[in-house]
Structure formats: structure tokens, C-alpha cells
Ligand binder design. Structure first.
Ligand SMILES: NC(=O)c1ccc[n+]([C@@H]2O[C@H](COP(=O)([O-])OP(=O)(O)OC[C@H]3O[C@@H](n4cnc5c(N)ncnc54)[C@H](OP(=O)(O)O)[C@@H]3O)[C@@H](O)[C@H]2O)c1
Length: 339
């Protein structure tokens, strides 16, 4: 990146993802000339640190984007639908973390390790994919390029931070209440999440799949520009704070050995292979939390099908699954002279 200096806003700055966006902008030395932190009226009066200085949180308003170059949105689909087009009209490029525009054919859906070329001719808004999709496509890209992928069957084990700051607090509170013998309170999830798990993320659709499961299907096809890839997902919420895990089973077009897959993954950007079962080494959320790489392990042949591979993929959902991917998209725009 050059010595540019950009006027940046973080929308949803007080949230789980927004807070991390501020941190990641700082860590990666993104060329921030000035920063505005925007949230709801509830947060006016709060301050959040950027480079050691407290920055006042402002209420998001229709005219918030005048004079800005870049806005990273993570305040939910409704806020994005209303404010992202206003920002783009004001000449401020939007990277949006919500699902509002992901399947809009005019809006690129980008994972920089996989499809940076999709940024060409963007209309002022770029969508950041769903957290579970991002880590899966990062892990599958080197294999897709080498031997093609016909079909993916994936089961996810998703951390509560994927639901935002209130869900993190709900898990903490339930663990504490149960330890003290008190009744638990459920505000965010339909069931107790402490010491439990449920195969229910997003609303159920008529097909029997959930919205989260269909995001993994539709977004994977869009990111690979390959509507022929067949995907079936089961998404499960588990009582982990940070880091989504995925059991990913793929059927490739051409044969590939687990060793060849390991070699391809080992040199691919954004991936760390953690795969030595002899030493009990495999990816875990506690190792992925706080890191930007997608960890891949348990790579083995699927014995039930001709060209099949199975792997275990883990990443920090708030970082690579959201904030880091969004900042990487902005870095790509700078590198390509689009910002
Ligand atoms: N968590 C993840 O792993 C993840 C991953 C990918 C994408 N996302 C997406 O990112 C978005 C935020 O997720 P999160 O997990 O960070 O949620 P969160 O922790 O609940 O934070 C929500 C943020 O949105 C702000 N907000 C809510 N309503 C607003 C309004 N009317 N006007 C302005 N700001 C408003 C909140 O501000 P106040 O504090 O003032 O209420 C807060 O800053 C969602 O669209 C989510 O789908 C999340």
C-alpha cells in the first residue's frame, strides 16, 4: 500500500465485529488519516480507543458519510440496506458485513485469497461473506484450483460471538448462573447454550435448511463463480466464545491424495496446516482465536466415495470471518488504485 491517507468510518463500532475492525485497522497499519466511529443513539457519549486515543462514538445519520472515503459496516442488515446506498452515493466506498447485499448480482462478494478479481467495477458497495463461508472457501480454494470440486458436505460448530456481543454475555451469564445453582435466562438463543449445542442458526426455511445453511450454499457458488458446485450444510451453535470449526467433506473432480492437499494448503495464503495426528496436532478454536489464519487439519481420504477428502477447518469468526476479511478487502482496493 502507498502512503495514502484515507477518511474512514466504522459503522457498528461498538459491536463485536465493529470493535475488532477498529483493532484490525490499527494492527495492519491501514492508511487511516481520520476515523469516525458510528453506532446507534444508545452509544452516544461512549468513547473507543484508536491508536491509544479515545474517539467519541457518534450517532449514525444520513449525512454521516459526507467527505469520507471508506466505511466498514457491521450494524446489521437493516442499517446496511438504509445507509450503505447513501454512503455510496456520497462517494464513500462501503465494505458491508451484513447479508443485505451478498447475493445482489451487481455487488461483489469477496474473499481476498479467493476472488479479488471480483472487485473490478464494483458499484460502491462490496459485500463481506458470512463467517462460516469465508473460512471454508479459503481452505478449499487451493484444492478447487488444482482438481476442481463437485460437491461439499459441511457441518459447522459455531461460536456464540457470531451472534454478537449480547450472545457472548448470555453464555457467560448462563455458565455463572448454573455454577451458582440459579435459573438461567435466555434472551438471545431459544435454548440454553451453556453446556449445550443446537443445529439451528438463522430462521428455518420451507426446505428444512436454515438461512445460515443456505448462505453457505449460495455464497460458495457466488465466490467461486461456479453455480454447479453442490453444497449441503448443517450449522450448529456450540458454547465456545471465539472460533468457528467445520467438518468439511468434499468430492473432487480429479483424484487428490491427502498429502498433495497438505502441500497445496501449506503454501496457500491465509492458511496454516495443523495436521500431525501422531502428535495430537489438529486445529482448535482456542488456537485460532486472536489469529487471522484459517487453520486446516485432519486431512484424510474419504473412504466412502471415489474422489473424496475430509478436513477440519477452524478460524476466528470475528477476525478472518468478519473484521480482518473486511479490512483485507479495503487493502485490495487501495493496492488496486480503487481507493
Ligand atoms: N459476529 C460475527 O461473527 C459476524 C460475522 C460476520 C458478519 N457479521 C455481521 O456484522 C453485523 C454486526 O454483528 P455483531 O456481531 O458485531 O453485532 P453486535 O455485537 O450486536 O453489534 C451491533 C452493532 O450495530 C450497531 N447498531 C445496531 N442498530 C443500529 C442502528 N439502528 N444504527 C446504528 N448502529 C446500530 C450497534 O450499536 P449500539 O451499540 O449503539 O447498539 C453495534 O455497534 C451483523 O450484520 C452481522 O450479521 C457478524
Amino acid at each position: 500500500m502507498g502512503a495514502k491517507s484515507l477518511r474512514v468510518a466504522v459503522v457498528g463500532a461498538t459491536g463485536a465485529v465493529g470493535n475488532m475492525m477498529i483493532q484490525v485497522l490499527e494492527e495492519r497499519a491501514f492508511p487511516v488519516g481520520s476515523i469516525r466511529l458510528l453506532a446507534s443513539a444508545r452509544s452516544v457519549g461512549k468513547h473507543l480507543p484508536y491508536k491509544g486515543k479515545p474517539i467519541a462514538v457518534e450517532e449514525l445519520r444520513e449525512d454521516s458519510f459526507t467527505g469520507l472515503d471508506l466505511a466498514l459496516f457491521s450494524a446489521g442488515g437493516g442499517v446496511s440496506r438504509k445507509f450503505a446506498p447513501l454512503a455510496a452515493e456520497a462517494g464513500c466506498t462501503v465494505v458491508d458485513n451484513s447479508s443485505a447485499f451478498r447475493m445482489d448480482p451487481k455487488i461483489p462478494l469477496v474473499v481476498p485469497e479467493v476472488n479479488p478479481q471480483a472487485l473490478e467495477n464494483h458499484p460502491g458497495i462490496i459485500a463481506n461473506p458470512n463467517c462460516s463461508t469465508i473460512q471454508m472457501v479459503v481452505a478449499l480454494k487451493p484444492i478447487y484450483d488444482a482438481v476442481g470440486i463437485k460437491r461439499i458436505v459441511v457441518t459447522t460448530f459455531q461460536a456464540v460471538s457470531g451472534t454478537g456481543k449480547r450472545a457472548i454475555e448470555e453464555l457467560r451469564q448462563q455458565i455463572s448462573d448454573l455454577q451458582e445453582g440459579k435459573d438461567i435466562v435466555k434472551n438471545v438463543y431459544p435454548y440454553q447454550i451453556a453446556y449445550n449445542c443446537f443445529p439451528h442458526i438463522g430462521a428455518f426455511l420451507d426446505s428444512g435448511y436454515t438461512e445460515e445453511e443456505m448462505k453457505m450454499v449460495n455464497e460458495t457458488q457466488k465466490i467461486f463463480s461456479d453455480p454447479a458446485i453442490r453444497v449441503s450444510a448443517t450449522t450448529v451453535r456450540i458454547p465456545v466464545y471465539y472460533g468457528h470449526s467445520e467438518a468439511v467433506n468434499i468430492e473432487t473432480r480429479l483424484p487428490i491424495t491427502p498429502q498433495k492437499a497438505r502441500e497445496l494448503l501449506a503454501v496457500a495464503p491465509g492458511i496454516r496446516v495443523v495436521d500431525d495426528v501422531g502428535r495430537f496436532l489438529y486445529p482448535m478454536p482456542i488456537d485460532a482465536a486472536g489469529r487471522d489464519e484459517t487453520l486446516v487439519g485432519r486431512i484424510r481420504q474419504d473412504m466412502s466415495v471415489e474422489n473424496g477428502l475430509v478436513m477440519w477447518v477452524v478460524a476466528d469468526n470475528i477476525r478472518k470471518g468478519a473484521a480482518t476479511n473486511a479490512v483485507q478487502i479495503a487493502e485490495c482496493l487501495v493496492d488496486r488504485g480503487q481507493l
